[in-house]
Design a protein around this ligand. Structure first.
Ligand SMILES: [Zn+2]
Ligand SMILES: [Zn+2]
Length: 381
């Protein structure tokens, strides 16, 4: 199938009325349309038997979001995202929860990514251990406890006191979506305004060059990229965005942890248009703020790891980049579509034997900053 061209994107990005009056497009929308032909965004080739018109274009999203506003008039007007840390105290999980310093950085990043929304942390963490309503099992390969994700979101909802646009749980416990599935990295329900992101898989991986005695904080900091990638993706679902099949994009579906990590942090023009319609931010200013946030995060990570390596004799030298092993299977059980890979829990042993690649963690932030510089430059041309 031939690659799509810039001309293909006008009916995807624009409303029917806008297609007829292209000369009257608002400047941000014109910029997004121009960017569909830019080297900053790589179009995806449609899979066999599908065309790009089959997917959630701007018009389709607008209808879906309109129905949501009609069904939830109060919630849809709220401009508050609540991040709810979830704790789980168990010998299976030596790290019971994500460290506060990381959660604060994460809230700061989300408040820029979703410019126009206030993002708050609902502290203290909500304790999940000992909650009888939450179904558990022991995963046959990892031999660690897992919690049923639907029970976790129900419990979160029942305990939440804050009226918000959406509530997003953050946990280090492994979750599973149903008895037939291996595990899930995140699940989001647009209609309920509820999502939960699990980092149990990532945070329990051993990193290249990381001493087994490395502090919990160091292990968590090494996963900061994963945190912001997964949370921004899941909150994207809570704005009604389905998986993106137009460009390499933050909203792409991931069927492996490799994909979840290596996919872009930023939205393509089609997905950006949807978010912009709700939040009405200044597009250029948002990119400038994102650049600042990414630089702050990179500096924070580099300094924290340097400090940690001085206090830990077994660590690598300061100038050596830490890397993360990936390739675990994931299921992104978002509300919009079914996971496609590795549904049978017996598959995991085979998959874990496949080759693993090492990837620089800080490199993702550096590449994102470089990308943002190129993107911001387009506003000055
Ligand atoms: Zn997209
Ligand atoms: Zn998803």
């Amino acid at each position: 199938m031939a690659a799509v061209t810039r001309a293909d994107f006008a009916p995807i990005l624009l409303h029917r009325k806008e297609l007829r009056r292209r000369d009257r497009l608002e400047p941000p929308v014109q910029w997004m349309l121009d960017m569909t032909g830019s080297s900053l965004f790589t179009p995806l080739v449609p899979g066999p038997g599908t065309t790009i018109l089959d997917r959630q274009n701007y018009q389709r999203w607008k209808v879906i979001f309109g129905s949501y506003k009609f069904a939830h008039p109060k919630r849809s007007k709220r401009r508050l995202i609540v991040l709810q840390p979830l704790a789980y105290t168990s010998p299976d999980y030596p790290m019971a929860q994500v460290e506060t310093v990381l959660l604060e950085s994460l809230a700061g990043f989300c408040s820029v990514y979703f410019t126009g929304m206030e993002v708050v942390l609902d502290q203290p963490p909500l304790e999940l251990s000992g909650v009888k309503k939450i179904t558990k099992r022991v995963h046959r390969t990892t031999q660690r406890e897992q919690l049923l994700v639907g029970d976790v979101t129900k419990y979160m909802k029942s305990q939440s006191q804050i009226k918000s646009f959406c509530l997003v749980g953050i946990t280090l416990v492994d979750l599973y979506p149903s008895p037939y599935w291996n595990f899930t990295l995140g699940q989001a329900s647009f209609s309920d305004g509820l999502a939960v992101c699990s980092f149990g898989r990532h945070f329990n991986s051993q990193l290249d060059g990381e001493s087994p005695a490395a502090s919990d904080l160091k292990k968590q900091i090494n996963n900061m990229w994963v945190l912001i990638r997964v949370i921004s993706h899941e909150i994207g679902h809570l704005f009604g965005l389905t998986h993106c099949f137009y460009f390499n994009c933050s909203m792409n579906e991931s069927s492996t942890i490799d994909e979840a990590i290596t996919q872009p942090l930023f939205l393509c023009p089609v997905c950006l248009r949807k978010l912009h319609k709700v939040l009405k931010f200044d597009v250029c200013r948002r990119y400038v703020l994102l650049r600042e946030e990414c630089s702050k995060l990179l500096q924070f990570i580099e300094e924290a790891l340097k400090t940690d390596s001085v206090s830990n004799e077994d660590s690598k030298p300061e100038d050596t980049e830490l890397t993360m092993k990936t390739s675990d299977p994931i299921i992104d059980g978002s509300v919009t579509d079914c996971p496609t890979a590795n549904g049978d829990i017996t598959n995991e042993e085979e998959i874990e034997q496949e080759g693993r690649e090492s990837v620089c963690v800080t490199e993702y932030f550096k590449k994102s900053i470089q990308w943002l510089d190129e993107c911001i430059a387009t506003f000055n041309n």
